[in-house]
Ligand binder design. Structure first.
Ligand SMILES: Cc1cc2nc3c(=O)[nH]c(=O)nc-3n(C[C@H](O)[C@H](O)[C@H](O)COP(=O)(O)OP(=O)(O)OC[C@H]3O[C@@H](n4cnc5c(N)ncnc54)[C@H](O)[C@@H]3O)c2cc1C
Length: 495
Protein backbone atom coordinates (compact mmCIF):
# COMPACT_ATOMS: atom_id res chain seq x y z
CA UNK A 1 0.00 0.00 0.00
CA UNK A 2 3.05 2.30 0.16
CA UNK A 3 2.42 5.39 -1.92
CA UNK A 4 4.63 5.16 -5.02
CA UNK A 5 6.09 8.65 -4.71
CA UNK A 6 5.61 9.22 -0.99
CA UNK A 7 3.99 12.43 -2.06
CA UNK A 8 2.81 15.07 0.32
CA UNK A 9 -0.95 14.87 0.68
CA UNK A 10 -2.16 18.36 -0.12
CA UNK A 11 -5.63 17.78 -1.60
CA UNK A 12 -8.29 16.10 0.56
CA UNK A 13 -11.59 15.27 -1.12
CA UNK A 14 -14.67 14.33 0.90
CA UNK A 15 -17.40 12.58 -1.10
CA UNK A 16 -20.83 13.18 0.46
CA UNK A 17 -22.37 15.95 2.53
CA UNK A 18 -24.56 14.32 5.16
CA UNK A 19 -23.76 14.44 8.86
CA UNK A 20 -20.63 12.35 8.19
CA UNK A 21 -19.33 14.54 5.37
CA UNK A 22 -19.76 17.82 7.20
CA UNK A 23 -18.45 16.59 10.58
CA UNK A 24 -15.38 15.25 8.77
CA UNK A 25 -14.95 18.51 6.85
CA UNK A 26 -15.24 20.57 10.04
CA UNK A 27 -12.77 18.40 11.99
CA UNK A 28 -10.21 18.23 9.18
CA UNK A 29 -10.41 21.97 8.43
CA UNK A 30 -9.99 22.81 12.10
CA UNK A 31 -7.03 20.41 12.47
CA UNK A 32 -5.16 20.81 9.20
CA UNK A 33 -5.79 24.51 8.57
CA UNK A 34 -4.23 25.75 5.34
CA UNK A 35 -1.82 22.84 4.98
CA UNK A 36 -4.37 20.85 2.98
CA UNK A 37 -7.01 21.99 0.48
CA UNK A 38 -10.33 20.43 1.42
CA UNK A 39 -13.12 19.93 -1.12
CA UNK A 40 -16.49 18.36 -0.32
CA UNK A 41 -18.60 17.00 -3.18
CA UNK A 42 -22.31 16.45 -2.61
CA UNK A 43 -25.30 16.01 -4.83
CA UNK A 44 -28.49 18.00 -4.32
CA UNK A 45 -30.25 15.22 -6.23
CA UNK A 46 -29.30 12.51 -3.73
CA UNK A 47 -30.86 13.22 -0.34
CA UNK A 48 -29.11 12.51 2.92
CA UNK A 49 -30.50 9.67 5.01
CA UNK A 50 -32.36 12.35 6.98
CA UNK A 51 -32.51 10.52 10.30
CA UNK A 52 -29.94 10.38 13.09
CA UNK A 53 -31.35 12.85 15.56
CA UNK A 54 -30.41 11.41 18.94
CA UNK A 55 -26.84 11.73 20.19
CA UNK A 56 -24.68 10.75 23.16
CA UNK A 57 -22.55 12.91 25.50
CA UNK A 58 -19.16 12.81 23.68
CA UNK A 59 -20.65 15.09 21.00
CA UNK A 60 -20.18 17.89 23.55
CA UNK A 61 -16.41 17.22 23.41
CA UNK A 62 -16.44 17.41 19.63
CA UNK A 63 -18.19 20.75 19.77
CA UNK A 64 -15.65 21.87 22.36
CA UNK A 65 -12.78 20.95 20.04
CA UNK A 66 -14.43 22.78 17.16
CA UNK A 67 -15.27 25.81 19.33
CA UNK A 68 -19.01 25.59 18.71
CA UNK A 69 -21.16 27.62 21.11
CA UNK A 70 -23.74 25.31 22.72
CA UNK A 71 -26.62 27.76 22.94
CA UNK A 72 -26.18 28.84 19.33
CA UNK A 73 -25.98 25.22 18.15
CA UNK A 74 -29.12 24.23 20.10
CA UNK A 75 -31.13 27.19 18.79
CA UNK A 76 -29.98 26.68 15.19
CA UNK A 77 -30.74 22.94 15.09
CA UNK A 78 -34.06 23.04 17.04
CA UNK A 79 -32.29 20.81 19.54
CA UNK A 80 -33.40 19.66 22.97
CA UNK A 81 -31.44 18.01 25.76
CA UNK A 82 -31.20 14.28 26.31
CA UNK A 83 -30.45 12.70 29.69
CA UNK A 84 -30.77 9.13 28.47
CA UNK A 85 -33.22 6.66 26.99
CA UNK A 86 -36.43 5.31 28.50
CA UNK A 87 -36.70 1.65 27.48
CA UNK A 88 -40.34 0.61 27.57
CA UNK A 89 -41.59 -2.98 27.15
CA UNK A 90 -38.09 -4.33 26.58
CA UNK A 91 -37.91 -6.85 29.41
CA UNK A 92 -41.64 -7.55 29.43
CA UNK A 93 -44.58 -5.54 28.09
CA UNK A 94 -45.70 -2.91 30.57
CA UNK A 95 -42.33 -2.47 32.31
CA UNK A 96 -39.76 0.23 31.75
CA UNK A 97 -36.28 1.23 32.82
CA UNK A 98 -34.01 4.18 32.12
CA UNK A 99 -30.52 4.08 30.65
CA UNK A 100 -29.17 7.42 31.81
CA UNK A 101 -25.97 9.25 30.96
CA UNK A 102 -25.35 9.67 34.68
CA UNK A 103 -24.11 7.54 37.53
CA UNK A 104 -26.13 6.03 40.35
CA UNK A 105 -24.88 6.30 43.91
CA UNK A 106 -21.18 6.02 44.65
CA UNK A 107 -18.67 3.32 43.69
CA UNK A 108 -15.85 2.29 46.03
CA UNK A 109 -12.34 1.21 45.01
CA UNK A 110 -13.18 -2.49 45.18
CA UNK A 111 -16.59 -2.53 43.59
CA UNK A 112 -19.38 -0.57 42.03
CA UNK A 113 -22.40 0.95 43.75
CA UNK A 114 -24.62 -1.92 42.59
CA UNK A 115 -23.00 -4.17 45.19
CA UNK A 116 -24.11 -1.87 48.02
CA UNK A 117 -27.51 -1.57 46.43
CA UNK A 118 -27.88 -5.35 46.07
CA UNK A 119 -27.03 -5.84 49.75
CA UNK A 120 -29.44 -3.03 50.66
CA UNK A 121 -32.15 -4.69 48.63
CA UNK A 122 -31.62 -7.99 50.42
CA UNK A 123 -31.89 -6.18 53.74
CA UNK A 124 -34.97 -4.26 52.63
CA UNK A 125 -33.32 -0.83 52.97
CA UNK A 126 -32.72 0.07 49.31
CA UNK A 127 -35.13 1.87 47.00
CA UNK A 128 -35.23 1.24 43.23
CA UNK A 129 -31.76 1.55 41.67
CA UNK A 130 -32.85 4.47 39.48
CA UNK A 131 -33.68 6.63 42.50
CA UNK A 132 -29.97 7.06 43.19
CA UNK A 133 -29.20 8.60 39.80
CA UNK A 134 -29.72 12.37 39.33
CA UNK A 135 -30.07 12.15 35.53
CA UNK A 136 -32.81 9.49 35.78
CA UNK A 137 -34.74 11.47 38.37
CA UNK A 138 -34.33 14.71 36.44
CA UNK A 139 -35.63 12.98 33.29
CA UNK A 140 -38.67 11.66 35.16
CA UNK A 141 -39.41 15.12 36.53
CA UNK A 142 -38.66 16.93 33.24
CA UNK A 143 -35.84 19.00 34.72
CA UNK A 144 -32.55 20.02 33.15
CA UNK A 145 -29.44 22.12 33.63
CA UNK A 146 -26.26 21.88 31.55
CA UNK A 147 -24.21 22.82 34.63
CA UNK A 148 -25.41 19.95 36.80
CA UNK A 149 -26.00 16.86 34.66
CA UNK A 150 -24.47 14.52 32.07
CA UNK A 151 -26.36 14.98 28.84
CA UNK A 152 -26.43 14.91 25.05
CA UNK A 153 -28.79 16.37 22.44
CA UNK A 154 -31.70 15.58 20.18
CA UNK A 155 -31.22 17.57 16.97
CA UNK A 156 -32.69 18.11 13.52
CA UNK A 157 -30.31 16.19 11.21
CA UNK A 158 -30.94 18.45 8.19
CA UNK A 159 -30.33 21.64 10.18
CA UNK A 160 -27.24 20.13 11.80
CA UNK A 161 -25.66 19.34 8.42
CA UNK A 162 -26.40 22.93 7.33
CA UNK A 163 -24.95 24.33 10.56
CA UNK A 164 -21.75 22.29 10.15
CA UNK A 165 -21.52 23.21 6.47
CA UNK A 166 -21.55 26.91 7.33
CA UNK A 167 -18.92 26.26 10.00
CA UNK A 168 -16.66 24.26 7.64
CA UNK A 169 -17.02 26.70 4.74
CA UNK A 170 -15.92 29.54 7.02
CA UNK A 171 -12.77 27.51 7.72
CA UNK A 172 -12.06 27.30 3.99
CA UNK A 173 -13.70 24.05 2.85
CA UNK A 174 -14.82 24.26 -0.79
CA UNK A 175 -18.20 22.71 -1.60
CA UNK A 176 -18.77 21.31 -5.08
CA UNK A 177 -22.31 20.36 -6.03
CA UNK A 178 -22.70 17.47 -8.42
CA UNK A 179 -23.41 13.80 -8.76
CA UNK A 180 -20.37 11.54 -8.79
CA UNK A 181 -20.70 9.32 -11.83
CA UNK A 182 -17.38 7.57 -11.88
CA UNK A 183 -14.39 7.11 -9.59
CA UNK A 184 -11.12 7.15 -11.50
CA UNK A 185 -8.18 5.03 -10.27
CA UNK A 186 -4.45 5.33 -10.84
CA UNK A 187 -3.59 2.37 -13.06
CA UNK A 188 -0.34 1.50 -11.26
CA UNK A 189 -1.42 1.67 -7.61
CA UNK A 190 -5.18 1.32 -7.70
CA UNK A 191 -5.38 4.45 -5.54
CA UNK A 192 -8.23 6.86 -6.24
CA UNK A 193 -7.14 9.66 -8.58
CA UNK A 194 -10.31 11.67 -9.07
CA UNK A 195 -14.10 11.84 -8.94
CA UNK A 196 -15.80 12.36 -12.28
CA UNK A 197 -19.04 14.29 -11.91
CA UNK A 198 -22.10 13.85 -14.09
CA UNK A 199 -21.86 17.42 -15.35
CA UNK A 200 -18.36 16.79 -16.69
CA UNK A 201 -16.22 18.25 -13.91
CA UNK A 202 -13.34 16.23 -12.51
CA UNK A 203 -12.34 16.58 -8.83
CA UNK A 204 -8.78 15.36 -8.30
CA UNK A 205 -7.32 14.54 -4.91
CA UNK A 206 -4.47 12.89 -3.03
CA UNK A 207 -6.64 11.45 -0.29
CA UNK A 208 -10.38 10.70 -0.25
CA UNK A 209 -13.02 10.27 2.45
CA UNK A 210 -16.07 8.25 1.52
CA UNK A 211 -19.11 9.80 3.20
CA UNK A 212 -21.60 8.69 0.56
CA UNK A 213 -23.76 6.79 3.05
CA UNK A 214 -24.94 3.21 2.65
CA UNK A 215 -23.83 3.29 -1.03
CA UNK A 216 -20.16 3.27 -0.09
CA UNK A 217 -19.40 4.58 -3.56
CA UNK A 218 -15.64 4.76 -3.06
CA UNK A 219 -14.81 2.23 -0.36
CA UNK A 220 -17.07 -0.56 -1.62
CA UNK A 221 -18.38 0.08 -5.12
CA UNK A 222 -14.91 1.09 -6.30
CA UNK A 223 -12.30 -0.38 -3.94
CA UNK A 224 -14.27 -3.48 -2.86
CA UNK A 225 -13.36 -3.40 0.81
CA UNK A 226 -15.90 -6.10 1.76
CA UNK A 227 -18.47 -6.19 4.54
CA UNK A 228 -18.59 -8.20 7.76
CA UNK A 229 -22.23 -9.05 8.27
CA UNK A 230 -23.55 -9.01 11.86
CA UNK A 231 -27.24 -9.36 11.03
CA UNK A 232 -27.46 -12.78 12.73
CA UNK A 233 -26.91 -10.90 16.00
CA UNK A 234 -28.76 -7.73 15.09
CA UNK A 235 -31.64 -8.91 12.93
CA UNK A 236 -33.39 -5.56 12.37
CA UNK A 237 -32.88 -4.49 8.77
CA UNK A 238 -35.48 -1.80 8.14
CA UNK A 239 -37.06 1.31 9.55
CA UNK A 240 -39.94 3.61 8.82
CA UNK A 241 -39.33 7.19 9.91
CA UNK A 242 -41.84 10.02 10.15
CA UNK A 243 -42.01 13.43 11.74
CA UNK A 244 -45.00 14.57 13.76
CA UNK A 245 -46.23 17.72 15.45
CA UNK A 246 -45.17 18.14 19.08
CA UNK A 247 -47.66 17.04 21.69
CA UNK A 248 -47.39 17.81 25.39
CA UNK A 249 -44.21 18.73 27.18
CA UNK A 250 -40.78 18.41 25.57
CA UNK A 251 -39.16 15.69 27.66
CA UNK A 252 -35.36 15.55 28.13
CA UNK A 253 -34.99 11.95 26.97
CA UNK A 254 -35.52 9.60 24.04
CA UNK A 255 -38.24 6.99 24.27
CA UNK A 256 -37.50 3.51 22.93
CA UNK A 257 -40.67 1.45 22.95
CA UNK A 258 -40.42 -2.26 22.15
CA UNK A 259 -43.20 -3.86 20.11
CA UNK A 260 -43.85 -7.50 19.26
CA UNK A 261 -41.49 -7.25 16.28
CA UNK A 262 -39.04 -4.41 16.70
CA UNK A 263 -39.04 -1.11 18.51
CA UNK A 264 -40.07 2.49 18.09
CA UNK A 265 -38.25 5.73 18.82
CA UNK A 266 -39.69 9.07 19.86
CA UNK A 267 -37.30 11.99 19.75
CA UNK A 268 -38.53 15.39 20.94
CA UNK A 269 -37.21 18.49 19.18
CA UNK A 270 -38.22 22.10 19.78
CA UNK A 271 -40.36 22.35 16.63
CA UNK A 272 -41.50 18.75 16.06
CA UNK A 273 -41.02 15.16 17.07
CA UNK A 274 -39.05 12.46 15.27
CA UNK A 275 -40.57 8.96 15.19
CA UNK A 276 -39.49 5.69 13.72
CA UNK A 277 -40.06 1.98 13.86
CA UNK A 278 -37.07 -0.34 13.56
CA UNK A 279 -37.91 -3.91 12.56
CA UNK A 280 -36.82 -7.04 10.77
CA UNK A 281 -38.57 -8.01 7.55
CA UNK A 282 -38.11 -11.65 8.52
CA UNK A 283 -40.66 -11.14 11.28
CA UNK A 284 -43.11 -8.44 10.15
CA UNK A 285 -44.20 -7.21 6.72
CA UNK A 286 -43.51 -3.68 5.53
CA UNK A 287 -47.22 -2.86 5.50
CA UNK A 288 -47.78 -4.10 9.03
CA UNK A 289 -44.69 -2.24 10.29
CA UNK A 290 -45.80 0.99 8.67
CA UNK A 291 -49.28 0.65 10.19
CA UNK A 292 -47.80 -0.14 13.60
CA UNK A 293 -45.76 3.05 13.52
CA UNK A 294 -48.60 5.25 12.30
CA UNK A 295 -50.92 3.85 14.98
CA UNK A 296 -48.38 4.68 17.64
CA UNK A 297 -47.46 8.23 16.70
CA UNK A 298 -48.94 10.95 18.89
CA UNK A 299 -49.79 14.16 17.09
CA UNK A 300 -50.39 15.00 13.46
CA UNK A 301 -48.04 13.38 10.91
CA UNK A 302 -46.03 16.04 9.09
CA UNK A 303 -45.09 13.80 6.13
CA UNK A 304 -45.51 10.32 4.74
CA UNK A 305 -43.45 7.65 6.54
CA UNK A 306 -40.19 6.95 4.72
CA UNK A 307 -38.67 3.48 4.59
CA UNK A 308 -34.97 2.83 5.05
CA UNK A 309 -33.15 -0.45 4.63
CA UNK A 310 -29.88 -1.42 6.27
CA UNK A 311 -27.77 -4.35 7.28
CA UNK A 312 -25.91 -4.51 10.58
CA UNK A 313 -22.20 -4.93 10.11
CA UNK A 314 -18.94 -3.23 9.39
CA UNK A 315 -16.75 -2.58 6.36
CA UNK A 316 -13.79 -4.98 6.47
CA UNK A 317 -11.27 -2.24 5.90
CA UNK A 318 -12.45 1.26 6.67
CA UNK A 319 -9.16 2.69 5.39
CA UNK A 320 -8.14 1.14 2.09
CA UNK A 321 -5.45 2.56 -0.23
CA UNK A 322 -5.93 6.35 -0.17
CA UNK A 323 -9.54 6.25 1.02
CA UNK A 324 -11.19 6.24 4.46
CA UNK A 325 -14.89 5.50 4.97
CA UNK A 326 -16.66 7.58 7.59
CA UNK A 327 -20.36 7.40 8.46
CA UNK A 328 -22.82 4.91 7.03
CA UNK A 329 -20.32 3.97 4.30
CA UNK A 330 -18.14 2.44 7.06
CA UNK A 331 -20.85 0.28 8.59
CA UNK A 332 -23.97 0.50 10.69
CA UNK A 333 -25.16 -1.24 13.82
CA UNK A 334 -28.70 0.01 14.21
CA UNK A 335 -30.22 3.13 15.79
CA UNK A 336 -30.69 1.71 19.30
CA UNK A 337 -28.42 3.65 21.72
CA UNK A 338 -27.80 6.33 19.05
CA UNK A 339 -24.14 5.60 18.41
CA UNK A 340 -23.71 6.32 14.71
CA UNK A 341 -22.89 10.03 14.92
CA UNK A 342 -20.47 9.14 17.70
CA UNK A 343 -18.69 6.67 15.39
CA UNK A 344 -18.43 9.45 12.79
CA UNK A 345 -16.89 11.74 15.38
CA UNK A 346 -14.42 9.04 16.47
CA UNK A 347 -13.34 8.30 12.91
CA UNK A 348 -13.01 11.96 11.95
CA UNK A 349 -10.80 12.63 14.98
CA UNK A 350 -8.83 9.43 14.35
CA UNK A 351 -8.21 10.53 10.77
CA UNK A 352 -7.06 13.93 12.00
CA UNK A 353 -4.63 12.16 14.38
CA UNK A 354 -3.33 9.72 11.75
CA UNK A 355 -3.55 11.97 8.70
CA UNK A 356 -0.89 10.78 6.24
CA UNK A 357 0.68 14.14 5.50
CA UNK A 358 3.72 12.63 3.74
CA UNK A 359 2.01 9.91 1.74
CA UNK A 360 -0.07 6.88 2.55
CA UNK A 361 1.59 4.10 4.54
CA UNK A 362 0.17 0.73 5.46
CA UNK A 363 0.98 1.23 9.16
CA UNK A 364 -1.36 4.22 9.44
CA UNK A 365 -4.15 2.36 7.68
CA UNK A 366 -3.63 -0.70 9.89
CA UNK A 367 -3.80 1.37 13.07
CA UNK A 368 -6.90 3.21 11.88
CA UNK A 369 -8.61 -0.04 10.91
CA UNK A 370 -7.81 -1.78 14.19
CA UNK A 371 -9.13 1.12 16.27
CA UNK A 372 -12.22 1.65 14.15
CA UNK A 373 -13.10 -2.05 14.19
CA UNK A 374 -12.72 -2.14 17.96
CA UNK A 375 -15.14 0.79 18.34
CA UNK A 376 -17.76 -1.01 16.30
CA UNK A 377 -17.24 -4.34 18.03
CA UNK A 378 -17.63 -3.01 21.55
CA UNK A 379 -20.76 -1.03 20.72
CA UNK A 380 -22.14 -4.05 18.86
CA UNK A 381 -22.00 -6.17 22.02
CA UNK A 382 -23.80 -3.51 24.06
CA UNK A 383 -26.62 -3.28 21.54
CA UNK A 384 -27.01 -7.06 21.22
CA UNK A 385 -27.42 -7.19 25.02
CA UNK A 386 -30.79 -5.36 24.75
CA UNK A 387 -32.20 -7.99 22.41
CA UNK A 388 -30.69 -11.09 23.94
CA UNK A 389 -31.49 -10.50 27.61
CA UNK A 390 -35.26 -10.24 27.71
CA UNK A 391 -38.11 -12.18 29.26
CA UNK A 392 -40.34 -11.54 26.24
CA UNK A 393 -41.62 -14.69 24.57
CA UNK A 394 -44.74 -13.20 23.01
CA UNK A 395 -43.56 -13.22 19.38
CA UNK A 396 -41.32 -15.07 16.94
CA UNK A 397 -39.05 -12.03 16.91
CA UNK A 398 -38.36 -12.06 20.66
CA UNK A 399 -38.13 -15.84 20.79
CA UNK A 400 -35.45 -15.63 18.08
CA UNK A 401 -33.55 -12.92 19.97
CA UNK A 402 -33.67 -14.83 23.28
CA UNK A 403 -32.33 -17.99 21.73
CA UNK A 404 -29.79 -16.62 19.23
CA UNK A 405 -26.10 -17.21 19.80
CA UNK A 406 -24.13 -14.12 20.81
CA UNK A 407 -20.45 -13.13 20.59
CA UNK A 408 -18.27 -14.88 23.14
CA UNK A 409 -17.11 -11.48 24.50
CA UNK A 410 -20.70 -10.63 25.44
CA UNK A 411 -21.45 -14.07 26.79
CA UNK A 412 -18.53 -13.71 29.18
CA UNK A 413 -19.71 -10.31 30.40
CA UNK A 414 -23.26 -11.45 31.01
CA UNK A 415 -22.11 -14.56 32.86
CA UNK A 416 -19.80 -12.58 35.15
CA UNK A 417 -22.47 -10.02 35.97
CA UNK A 418 -25.17 -12.63 36.53
CA UNK A 419 -22.96 -14.64 38.88
CA UNK A 420 -21.15 -11.85 40.76
CA UNK A 421 -22.63 -8.42 39.93
CA UNK A 422 -19.22 -7.41 38.53
CA UNK A 423 -18.66 -5.58 35.30
CA UNK A 424 -15.41 -4.33 33.77
CA UNK A 425 -14.90 -2.13 30.76
CA UNK A 426 -11.86 -1.86 28.51
CA UNK A 427 -10.21 1.57 28.51
CA UNK A 428 -11.17 2.47 24.93
CA UNK A 429 -14.75 1.30 25.28
CA UNK A 430 -17.56 3.80 24.81
CA UNK A 431 -20.13 2.56 27.30
CA UNK A 432 -19.25 2.85 30.97
CA UNK A 433 -19.70 0.17 33.62
CA UNK A 434 -22.69 2.20 34.76
CA UNK A 435 -24.31 1.92 31.32
CA UNK A 436 -23.76 -1.83 31.32
CA UNK A 437 -25.25 -2.32 34.77
CA UNK A 438 -28.26 -0.10 34.08
CA UNK A 439 -29.11 -2.05 30.94
CA UNK A 440 -28.24 -5.49 32.33
CA UNK A 441 -30.45 -4.95 35.36
CA UNK A 442 -33.12 -3.16 33.33
CA UNK A 443 -33.30 -6.09 30.93
CA UNK A 444 -33.76 -8.43 33.86
CA UNK A 445 -30.43 -9.79 35.09
CA UNK A 446 -30.40 -10.06 38.87
CA UNK A 447 -26.87 -10.75 40.11
CA UNK A 448 -26.68 -13.79 42.36
CA UNK A 449 -24.13 -12.29 44.75
CA UNK A 450 -22.40 -9.08 45.69
CA UNK A 451 -18.84 -8.15 46.68
CA UNK A 452 -17.92 -9.15 50.27
CA UNK A 453 -16.48 -5.71 51.04
CA UNK A 454 -20.08 -4.54 51.46
CA UNK A 455 -20.49 -6.83 54.48
CA UNK A 456 -17.68 -5.00 56.28
CA UNK A 457 -20.18 -2.14 56.57
CA UNK A 458 -22.58 -2.63 59.52
CA UNK A 459 -26.26 -2.83 58.51
CA UNK A 460 -27.20 0.54 60.04
CA UNK A 461 -24.36 2.24 58.16
CA UNK A 462 -25.49 0.73 54.87
CA UNK A 463 -29.01 2.00 55.49
CA UNK A 464 -27.69 5.47 56.30
CA UNK A 465 -25.31 5.42 53.29
CA UNK A 466 -28.13 4.56 50.88
CA UNK A 467 -30.64 6.99 52.32
CA UNK A 468 -28.17 9.90 52.34
CA UNK A 469 -27.28 9.18 48.70
CA UNK A 470 -30.95 9.21 47.83
CA UNK A 471 -31.54 12.46 49.71
CA UNK A 472 -28.58 14.08 47.91
CA UNK A 473 -30.11 13.04 44.60
CA UNK A 474 -33.52 14.47 45.53
CA UNK A 475 -31.99 17.77 46.66
CA UNK A 476 -29.85 18.08 43.53
CA UNK A 477 -32.74 17.43 41.17
CA UNK A 478 -35.19 19.67 43.01
CA UNK A 479 -32.86 22.61 42.53
CA UNK A 480 -32.90 22.25 38.73
CA UNK A 481 -35.11 24.22 36.34
CA UNK A 482 -37.76 22.71 34.13
CA UNK A 483 -36.32 21.49 30.77
CA UNK A 484 -38.58 23.71 28.65
CA UNK A 485 -37.85 26.73 30.86
CA UNK A 486 -34.11 26.07 30.52
CA UNK A 487 -34.40 26.02 26.73
CA UNK A 488 -36.58 29.16 26.69
CA UNK A 489 -34.03 31.01 28.82
CA UNK A 490 -30.84 29.89 27.08
CA UNK A 491 -31.28 28.50 23.60
CA UNK A 492 -34.78 28.76 22.14
CA UNK A 493 -34.94 28.45 18.35
CA UNK A 494 -36.45 31.31 16.38
CA UNK A 495 -40.15 30.66 15.73
C1 LIG B 1 -33.29 4.35 10.82
C2 LIG B 1 -32.06 5.07 11.25
C3 LIG B 1 -32.05 5.79 12.44
C4 LIG B 1 -30.88 6.40 12.89
N1 LIG B 1 -30.86 7.05 14.09
C5 LIG B 1 -29.69 7.55 14.56
C6 LIG B 1 -29.61 8.20 15.82
O1 LIG B 1 -30.61 8.37 16.53
N2 LIG B 1 -28.42 8.66 16.23
C7 LIG B 1 -27.29 8.53 15.48
O2 LIG B 1 -26.22 8.92 15.92
N3 LIG B 1 -27.36 7.99 14.25
C8 LIG B 1 -28.51 7.50 13.78
N4 LIG B 1 -28.56 6.95 12.53
C9 LIG B 1 -27.38 7.02 11.69
C10 LIG B 1 -27.27 8.44 11.10
O3 LIG B 1 -28.44 8.77 10.40
C11 LIG B 1 -26.07 8.52 10.16
O4 LIG B 1 -24.93 8.05 10.81
C12 LIG B 1 -25.79 9.95 9.77
O5 LIG B 1 -26.93 10.56 9.26
C13 LIG B 1 -24.68 10.02 8.74
O6 LIG B 1 -25.09 9.58 7.49
P1 LIG B 1 -24.03 9.75 6.30
O7 LIG B 1 -23.62 11.18 6.25
O8 LIG B 1 -23.01 8.71 6.45
O9 LIG B 1 -24.90 9.37 5.01
P2 LIG B 1 -26.06 10.16 4.26
O10 LIG B 1 -26.88 10.99 5.18
O11 LIG B 1 -26.76 9.13 3.44
O12 LIG B 1 -25.31 11.16 3.29
C14 LIG B 1 -24.73 10.73 2.09
C15 LIG B 1 -24.25 11.91 1.29
O13 LIG B 1 -23.58 11.43 0.15
C16 LIG B 1 -24.02 12.11 -0.98
N5 LIG B 1 -23.91 11.23 -2.14
C17 LIG B 1 -24.23 9.92 -2.22
N6 LIG B 1 -23.99 9.45 -3.46
C18 LIG B 1 -23.49 10.47 -4.17
C19 LIG B 1 -23.07 10.64 -5.52
N7 LIG B 1 -23.12 9.65 -6.38
N8 LIG B 1 -22.62 11.84 -5.88
C20 LIG B 1 -22.56 12.88 -5.01
N9 LIG B 1 -22.95 12.78 -3.74
C21 LIG B 1 -23.42 11.61 -3.33
C22 LIG B 1 -25.46 12.52 -0.70
O14 LIG B 1 -25.86 13.61 -1.48
C23 LIG B 1 -25.33 12.85 0.80
O15 LIG B 1 -24.90 14.18 0.92
C24 LIG B 1 -29.73 6.35 12.08
C25 LIG B 1 -29.76 5.68 10.85
C26 LIG B 1 -30.89 5.03 10.44
C27 LIG B 1 -30.90 4.31 9.13
Amino acid sequence: MQSPHNNKISRLVIAGGGTAGWITAAVMAKTLGDTVDITLVESDAIPTVGVGEATIPPLINLHGVLGIDENEFVARTQATFKLGIAFENWRVPGEKYFHSFGFAGQDCWACGFQHFWLAGKQQGVAKEYERYCPETRAAAEGRFSAKALNYAYHLDAGLYARFLREFAEKLGVTRVEGKIQHVDLQPDTGHIRSLQLEKGTEVEGDFFVDCTGFRGLLIEKTLRSGFEDWSHWLPCDSAFAVQSASVGKIVPFTRSIAHASGWQWRIPLQHRRGNGLVFSRDFISDDAARALLVDNVEGELLAEPRQLHFRAGVRRRQWLKNCVAIGLSSGFLEPLESTSIHLIQRSAIRLAQLFPVHGVHECEADEFNAQAYNDYEKIRDFIILHYKVTDRTDSEFWRYCRSMSIPESLERRIALFRRTGKIFKEPSELFSEESWRQVMMGQGIEPESYHPIVDTMPGENLKHFLSSLEQDTVRKVQSLPDHETYIAQHCAAEK
